[in-house]
Design a protein around this ligand. Structure first.
Ligand SMILES: Nc1ncnc2c1ncn2[C@@H]1O[C@H](COP(=O)(O)OP(=O)(O)OP(=O)(O)O)[C@@H](O)[C@H]1O
Ligand SMILES: [Mg+2]
Length: 277
């Protein structure tokens, strides 16, 4: 047991026999002289929603980008369903995976970014079906059927033939979420999916994410939306200066923060929220 575990700052779920969907173990990452991730460990189990919170520059995006193989790591290891990410073990040695191997692993995860990154010259339907057909080998009919069902579920079926520029930011982000879900990833990674939206469009996207969580999707959500985190996440993780400071069930995280840094962060966020209300 680490000192943080002993002090109750890190509380892992009880299902310790289960293999986590994602396991991050003592990961470090530097950009030049800057330690963006410093000995970070966190596990996410099947069906769990884990919210990642923390001040700007604390390493939240870097963490999910490392998991998604968009950044390499300098130390530690990560596993997806027990399989080493980014490396392979051969003859007792670790070797970096080939590009093809890394892409194969990436296909089992989906990331939703702050900027929705839809292709502007493709219709909504094609934005959703393209990867299904080209990367995941579905037939065009199968992909279209699947996309239609998912678009219906988020109330956007009638926009299937529209182009992204004809959609609101909230609608575009819901399409981006549908695109990510359509490929049936083992884990959905969200990096501040509502930060680029006008305030009145935030709720519709959060509602879509809440629905996803309710269907048992495994999710890591980097967010500044405290209410969403409290309401939807099973666990909340607090990062500061590249370190994972606290990992607790959502209720305890907000009602009984242990570390002074999390207490100060929540106080500041509360003041900001009530100040802007
Ligand atoms: N590609 C990069 N090159 C150099 N430094 C980087 C790079 N990406 C991130 N960093 C630095 O690493 C640190 C962590 O960045 P990161 O984007 O993970 O923070 P964050 O917690 O997501 O912040 P925010 O809430 O502002 O999105 C920051 O100091 C950032 O400047
Ligand atoms: Mg970020």
């Amino acid at each position: 047991m680490t000192p943080d575990e002993a002090s109750g700052l890190i509380v892992q779920p009880e299902s310790v026999d289960e293999v986590p969907v994602v396991e991050v173990s003592h990961v470090s990452k530097r950009f030049g002289n800057h330690q963006a991730l410093d000995d970070v460990s966190v596990s996410v189990y099947e069906g769990e929603v884990v919210a990642v919170l923390g001040p700007s520059g604390s390493g939240k995006s870097t963490l999910v980008r490392c998991i998604d193989q968009l950044e390499s790591i300098d130390g530690g290891s990560m596993r997806l369903d027990g399989e080493l990410l980014g490396f392979e073990e051969r003859g007792g040695h670790l070797r970096p995976l080939s590009d093809a191997g890394r892409k194969r692993q990436q296909r089992r995860m989906s990331m939703v970014f702050q900027q929705f990154n839809l292709f502007p010259h493709w219709t909504v339907l094609r934005n959703v079906t393209e990867a299904l057909v080209r990367v995941h080998g579905r037939t065009a009919t199968d992909a279209r059927d699947r996309a239609t069902v998912l678009l219906e579920r988020v109330g956007l079926a009638e926009k299937a033939d529209a182009y992204p520029r004809h959609l609101s930011g909230g609608q575009q982000q819901r399409v981006a979420i549908v695109r990510s879900v359509a490929v049936d990833p083992r884990i959905l990674l969200f990096d501040e999916p509502t930060s680029a939206l006008d305030p009145e469009l935030v709720d519709e996207v959060l509602l879509t994410m809440k629905d996803l969580a309710a269907t048992g999707r495994t999710m890591i959500v980097v967010t500044h939306e405290m209410e969403f985190a409290r309401d939807v996440a099973d666990r909340c993780v607090f990062m500061a200066d590249g370190k994972l400071i606290e990992d607790r069930p959502a209720e305890d995280f907000f009602d009984d923060p242990r570390s002074t840094r999390l207490q100060a962060f929540l106080d500041r966020s509360g003041r900001k929220n009530s100040g802007s209300a």
